[in-house]
Design a protein around this ligand. Sequence first.
Ligand SMILES: *[C@@H]1O[C@H](CO)[C@@H](O)[C@H](O)[C@H]1NC(C)=O
Ligand SMILES: *[C@@H]1O[C@H](CO)[C@@H](O)[C@H](O)[C@H]1NC(C)=O
Ligand SMILES: *[C@@H]1O[C@H](CO)[C@@H](O)[C@H](O)[C@H]1NC(C)=O
Ligand SMILES: *[C@@H]1O[C@H](CO)[C@@H](O)[C@H](O)[C@H]1NC(C)=O
Ligand SMILES: *[C@@H]1O[C@H](CO)[C@@H](O)[C@H](O)[C@H]1NC(C)=O
Ligand SMILES: *[C@@H]1O[C@H](CO)[C@@H](O)[C@H](O)[C@H]1NC(C)=O
Length: 480
Amino acid sequence: MLLPCTLVALGATLAAAVTPLELRGNAFVNPDTGNKFQIVGIDYQINGSAGYNPEHGYDPLSIPEVCLRDAALMQAMGVNALRVYNLNPDLNHDACASIFNAAGMYMLLDVNSPLVGESLTAFEPWTSYYASYLNRTFAIVEAFKNYPNTLLFFSANEVIDHPRTVEHVPPYLRALTRDIKSYVAKHSDRRIPVGYSAADVRSVLFDTWNYLQCAIDGDEDDMSRIDLFGLNSYSWCGDSDFERSSFVDLVDGLRNTSVPVFFSEYGCNQELPRLFTEVGSIYGPNMTDVFSGGLVYEYSEEPHNYGLVEVFDNKSAHLLQDYRTLADQFAQLDFEELQGASPDSNMPRPPTCSSSLIQTSTFHSNFTLPDMPPGVKELIEDGISPKPSGRIIEISDWDVPFTVYDTNWEPIENLAVNPLDDGEVNRPGNNNAGGSGSDSPSDGSDDDDDDDDDDDENAGLSLRPALAIALGLPAALLFL
Ligand SMILES: *[C@@H]1O[C@H](CO)[C@@H](O)[C@H](O)[C@H]1NC(C)=O
Ligand SMILES: *[C@@H]1O[C@H](CO)[C@@H](O)[C@H](O)[C@H]1NC(C)=O
Ligand SMILES: *[C@@H]1O[C@H](CO)[C@@H](O)[C@H](O)[C@H]1NC(C)=O
Ligand SMILES: *[C@@H]1O[C@H](CO)[C@@H](O)[C@H](O)[C@H]1NC(C)=O
Ligand SMILES: *[C@@H]1O[C@H](CO)[C@@H](O)[C@H](O)[C@H]1NC(C)=O
Ligand SMILES: *[C@@H]1O[C@H](CO)[C@@H](O)[C@H](O)[C@H]1NC(C)=O
């Protein structure tokens, strides 16, 4: 690690990239190491779904300096993945994708937006399933397929949001998965996985998972089978535990999964500030065999109060207590061990689809799927036109050009992304500019720290920026 970082300090450019992960049964596997990848992620949608509008001319991955700021702050937490919900395929995402890539983070991308014609509806889903909608989802695939850090696509999010939606929605979810997977197979160099992100409607959750993961006629390569199952779950609130949170039931119910499962959202906020004690459970021995980690909802503070960071229109930002608490939880994990496990050599095979898999009487249990809408077969055969196209670019300046305030409103000095070495994935300790974690190698100088008076709990945490100034170094180099 020493050499490449020194080169960066001297101004050399590096086209380093994360290694694209591969799907193997119920695990995401890093082909360099052969190990199962655990997602340590954050949901990232500044301004929320309601803030998405193609006419604005921006989306959460189109403003390079904003991505630089947020990549630096996420890198300092040790995060290795982010989920982005609402993207405009016609914008340029090269700088943001390149920044998160260099910071060692994978992107989990929704193909939809909340606008009419840009997602499948829960009510009368057939009215939203037509060629121009699919054209848009294929455009997202085109726009992001070339980035090595594109981990997966969500074909849909929480379309089953109530037990009554299970009557008609399930076959449309499979049909949509089929169409996007077919498009990826034909037009992407790499098999980027496609799956679903489910709401935790517990009464129909396991039926949803089974309906989507099973193999029609026993064919595991059946294009309509999801490649992964994300779960948005808020059942661990406050100072809970593995049993009271009912995480134990999730693990029991999903134990035989033939596809990766993970929390596509977690982080109940019934009690603020949050404790994030579920981190120890999600990445502990009760769960890692079944789950592949998760993503905390969410990066920015929005009206529903799930934020880790307050972001302002002047593009400065302010860290909230939840940012520190979560970073501390991540810092306590043993990443060597967490990311060093081999995938199970004896993985469950997908069950063959059958109405007997489905327990809820009202749940759709017929596996004859809707045909592709007129024109879609041609879109898949020929590709959409015009095709958006992305590529990794060189980033010349890694310094964050805005003021970021610590929890106590002290500005954080020298905030920058630390571009990682080729093939490296982010983890705690790679970037101490934001003062994250307690595992820093430069812990010897607590005495020098005198600017954390109103923030006693974090007394040990804000000394890295101070030390950086003292040494006249970019703080990003301090982990050396
Ligand atoms: C969020 O919305 C504000 C306007 O309220 C805009 O200035 C800003 O660029 C938006 N940020 C992103 C990342 O969408
Ligand atoms: C398909 O998507 C591309 C890329 O966004 C867009 O330019 C084109 O107009 C779309 N075509 C149709 C028929 O919707
Ligand atoms: C998991 O599979 C085993 C063996 O096939 C079976 O006995 C068990 O009932 C399954 N568990 C669940 C929760 O489906
Ligand atoms: C693991 O499960 C056991 C049994 O349910 C429970 O007592 C323990 O607290 C759990 N450990 C973690 C880290 O969640
Ligand atoms: C940016 O805006 C926030 C919120 O209004 C304010 O507190 C902060 O001082 C501003 N920062 C800068 C650098 O302008
Ligand atoms: C499943 O749906 C198809 C198409 O709607 C229909 O033809 C078939 O009879 C249904 N099968 C069962 C077992 O109901």
